[in-house]
Design a protein around this ligand. Sequence first.
Ligand code: PLP
Length: 380
Amino acid sequence: MTLALIPAPTIAAFNPPRRILMGPGPSDVYPTVLAAQSKPTVGHLDPLFVGMMDELKQLLQYAFQTRNEMTLAISAPGSAGMEACFVNLVEPGEKVIVCRNGVFGERMRQNVERCGGIAVTVDHSWGEPVDPAKVEDALKQHPDARFLAFVHAETSTGALSDAKALCALARQYDCLSIVDAVTSLGGVELRVDDWGIDAIYSGSQKCLSCVPGLSPVSFSPAAVAKIKARKTPVQSWFLDQSLVMSYWSGGAKRAYHHTAPVNTLYALHESLRLLAEEGLPQAWARHQAMHQQLKQGLHQLGIDFVVAEPYRLPQLNAIYIPAGVDDAAVRSRLLNDYNLEIGAGLGDLAGKAWRIGLMGFGARRENVALCLQALGEVLR
Ligand code: PLP
């Protein structure tokens, strides 16, 4: 017997309002990026599209400040970039020093264990940056460690760690570095080649102000050599970088790996083009200037930051919720009355902190002014 067809639901087209996104991401998307995404879809092996992919790679190399050949955007969000780094590099039984100072360091640990690796965690209180002295102790205690993994910009707490110093330590102790730059790319100084970063991943939806769903990654020649020397195949077919590279490199020789998210890649191309047009130093300085402006206004409202001043991320401001204030009620008033989204606290900071994002296109004067005015009115 054939089952009767499930009746078609009657559903109106989805028309989201225009929110002002000042949470931990996704951030406000540049209007020209949204426009780029709605351009006609072409085939993902169309010669014109292949030409755009070559430009995209060049733009990613600029954003990461790297000449790494293996630089591309994974067709999935930042979590897939994280997983790509771990599944390609870490083989069963290999030891990884994982720094934990928030939610995302813990996710790195889970990735290591799912690869059959041995995670040695270096723990910090929430809101602290990763301490290079603690990391060096761990590296001395574990001379057999093969990798050092840490989060450059911890989105759950707003803390910035010293990626340059940590990668120098990794090299000194013969480890490859794996760096989470989901929130840092485009918002604070980041130099992949200069700092000797071996594997790095980011996300399209933070300081690049692109639509969510892509994860830029880059692997150094040393990381590529480690991948090539694997004794076991990468357990994920989709994330196996040696297979994906046949699509991302080689111009006309490109071979089918998966159907690329064509329109989303147009969007990334446009957002990275805008970043290159502005210039990295200018983008870093703009994020810092907007953070300073926000900081002054928050000070006038009597609101404190979670993170000590030298380690604060300009693009992710974690602030304490004033005593006696109803966290959820304030955030829903901001959303409903001002169309303004700020982020709730995560993990240890849930119910204690808000997270105000100043990312990419969102890091601009009118956003800071609106956020301060709205918070002032709602908290009055
Ligand atoms: N790492 C960090 C530091 C993040 O902030 C996030 C997302 O917020 C991720 C990883 C995961 O990225 P996605 O949500 O795009 O999968």
